[in-house]
Design a protein around this ligand. Structure first.
Ligand SMILES: Cc1cc2nc3c(=O)[nH]c(=O)nc-3n(C[C@H](O)[C@H](O)[C@H](O)COP(=O)(O)O)c2cc1C
Ligand code: SF4
Length: 447
C-alpha cells in the first residue's frame, strides 16, 4: 500500500505548537462539539467481545515501543471473577527523543480518556491508573482537568454505568511519576503505582494475569488507547487502509502514527503520518529538511534504545519491519532524532551510554555493571586514551546484556546493547580513528 498524505484523524496540530491559548479540543465541551464521545456511545451499544474483535481486525499494534498487537493482548485477560481489574495507562514517555504522548495530553486529552473508557468496557476493567511522567507538570494538570470533566459527565465514577449504561462503573486516577525512565517499562510502572521502587518484575506472570496488586491488568500506551477511539467510530477496515503491509512477509503496520522528529532538522515537531513513510520524506516534507542544508549522517530510529540508522539508511521506511530490514532493534516510538554530517558519533554513543548508566535500576548485574563499563570505555575512546582492544571489549559487553541474550529482567539493557553496538558497527571507522593500536605484550620465557 502506498504511503499517503498525513491523515490527521487524531487532529493533532503540527508544530510550532505555539501559545497554549491556541489549543483546541482540550475541554469536554470543545471535544463533544467536534464529535467527541460518539465512539463511546457506539461502544456501549456493542458487546465487549465485538469491540475486542474490531481492535483485533484493525491489527492495531502498540504505540509504546514494542509494537505488540493490542487486541491480542486484551484476549490474554482471564474471565472476570468479581474482583478488581485494572487498566494501566502508560504515559511515562521518558525515552530520549520521544515527545508524542505529551501532545495528546496537551491538545486532545479527552481522545485518550474516551479510548480508556472504551477499553475498560471492552475488557471489563473497572479501575484505570493514568501514569504520567513526573516532568510533565503542565500535562498532568490538563489531564487531571479532563478526568474531572469526565467524572462530571458521568463517564467515570458513575454507579449507574458508563454514561448511565450497563453495569460497569470505572474509576480513573492520575498517578504522577517521580522521573525514572524505568517506570515506563510495564512492570516497573506497576510497582511504581503500587507505591514501591520502580523495579521491573520477572515475567511470567504477565500483567494480564497478575498485574496491579496481583490482579488482571492491561498496560497500554496513551497513543494506542487514543487509536482505539477512531477504530470504534470508523471501523477496523478504515484503519487498515492507512499505513502499509509488510514487505518481508511479517505482520502489517496499519494506521497513522505520531512521529516526533528532533535533532538537526528545520522544523522539529510531532507529525501524524501513515506508518511506512520513508524517513527521508518525513524529514524533507514535514520537518522542513536538514538544518542549514547540511547532509544527513544518521538517525536514531525511534528512541535511543532502538539503535541507529546509518548513513545509507535515510530511505528506511518507518514501519514495524524496520528492525529486520535495517539492523536496528525496532520501530520503538517512531520518534527519530536526526544527525547531520558534523555530528561526532563517538560523542553520541557516550551521551547515550551515560543515560543508560544513570537509568539502570540496578537489579541485574550485566545491566548495572555493564552500563558503567560501557560508559567508561566510551569516555576513554572519546578522549583518545583507549586501544583497539577496548573497542572489542565494548562490543562484547554491550552484546551480552539484555533479555534477548537472556541475561536481564527487562529490556532497558537491550536498549543500551542495541544503541551502542549499532553506532559502533555503523560508524566503525570513526571509532577506530580515535583508538591507539593494541600491542600484545611479549612475555619472556623462563631460562
Ligand atoms: C526501559 C523501558 C522503558 C519503556 N518506556 C515506555 C514508555 O515510556 N511508554 C510506553 O508506553 N511504553 C514504554 N515501554 C514499553 C512498555 O513496557 C509496554 O510495552 C507498553 O507500555 C505497552 O503498551 P502498548 O502495547 O500500548 O505499546 C518501555 C519499555 C522498556 C523496556
Ligand atoms: S535490565 Fe537493567 S533496568 Fe531492567 S531490571 Fe535489570 S537492572 Fe533493572
Amino acid at each position: 500500500m502506498p504511503v499517503t498524505e498525513p491523515v490527521l484523524c487524531h487532529r493533532i496540530p503540527t508544530p510550532p505548537w505555539g501559545d497554549p491559548a491556541d489549543r483546541h479540543l482540550v475541554t469536554y465541551d470543545e471535544y463533544v462539539k467536534s464529535g467527541g464521545y460518539q465512539a463511546l456511545k457506539m461502544a456501549l451499544d456493542m458487546k465487549p467481545a465485538e469491540i475486542v474483535d474490531a481492535v483485533k481486525e484493525s491489527q492495531l499494534r502498540g504505540r509504546g515501543g514494542a509494537g505488540f498487537p493490542c487486541g491480542l493482548k486484551w484476549t490474554f485477560l482471564p474471565e472476570p471473577d468479581g474482583g478488581r481489574r485494572y487498566l494501566a495507562v502508560n504515559c511515562d514517555e521518558a525515552e530520549p527523543g520521544t515527545f508524542k504522548d505529551r501532545l495528546l495530553c496537551d491538545f486532545d486529552p479527552h481522545l485518550v480518556l474516551e479510548g480508556i473508557a472504551i477499553t475498560c468496557h471492552a475488557c471489563r476493567l473497572d479501575t484505570a491508573y493514568f501514569f504520567i511522567r513526573g516532568e510533565y507538570h503542565h500535562q498532568a494538570e490538563t489531564v487531571q482537568r479532563a478526568i474531572d470533566e469526565a467524572y462530571e459527565a458521568g463517564i467515570f465514577g458513575n454507579k449507574k454505568g458508563i454514561l448511565g449504561k450497563g453495569d460497569l462503573s470505572i474509576e480513573c486516577y492520575l498517578h504522577r511519576g517521580a522521573g525514572a525512565y524505568i517506570c515506563g517499562e510495564e512492570t516497573g510502572l506497576l510497582e511504581a503505582v503500587e507505591g514501591k521502587r520502580g523495579w521491573p518484575r520477572v515475567k511470567p506472570p504477565f500483567p494480564a494475569v497478575s498485574g496491579l496488586f496481583g490482579r488482571p491488568t492491561i498496560v497500554n500506551n496513551v497513543e494506542t488507547l487514543a487509536a482505539v477511539t477512531p477504530i470504534v467510530l470508523n471501523g477496523a477496515e478504515w484503519f487498515t487502509k492507512m499505513g502499509c503491509d509488510s514487505s518481508i512477509g511479517g505482520p502489517p503496520s496499519y494506521g497513522p502514527k505520531l512521529m516526533g522528529v528532533s535533532g538537526h532538522v528545520n522544523k522539529p515537531g510531532v507529525y501524524e503520518v501513515d506508518l511506512g513513510i520513508p524517513l527521508r520524506k518525513l524529514v524533507d516534507d514535514f520537518a522542513g529538511g536538514m538544518r542549514g542544508g547540511k547532509a544527513y549522517k544518521g538517525a536514531i530510529a525511534g528512541g535511543v534504545s532502538m539503535g541507529i540508522l546509518g548513513p545509507d539508511q535515510f530511505d528506511a521506511e518507518m514501519d514495524f519491519d524496520i528492525g529486520r530490514k535495517y539492523d536496528v532493534m525496532g520501530l520503538g516510538t517512531a520518534c527519530p532524532t536526526i544527525f547531520d554530517e558534523d555530528t561526532d558519533m563517538v560523542a553520541v554513543a557516550r551521551n547515550i551510554a551515560r543515560f543508560f548508566k544513570n537509568e539502570s535500576c540496578g537489579q541485574c548485574t550485566p545491566c548495572r555493571e555493564g552500563a558503567q563499563w560501557i560508559y567508561k570505555l566510551l569516555c576513554r575512546i572519546e578522549s583518545g586514551e583507549a586501544t583497539s582492544k577496548d573497542l572489542d571489549l565494548l562490543l562484547e559487553i554491550a552484546g551480552s546484556m539484555g533479555i534477548m541474550p537472556g541475561t536481564t529482567i527487562c529490556g532497558l539493557a537491550d536498549g543500551n546493547n542495541w544503541a551502542v553496538r549499532t553506532i559502533v558497527n555503523k560508524y566503525r571507522s570513526e571509532f577506530e580513528s580515535r583508538v591507539k593500536p593494541y600491542f600484545v605484550p611479549v612475555t619472556m620465557g623462563a631460562g
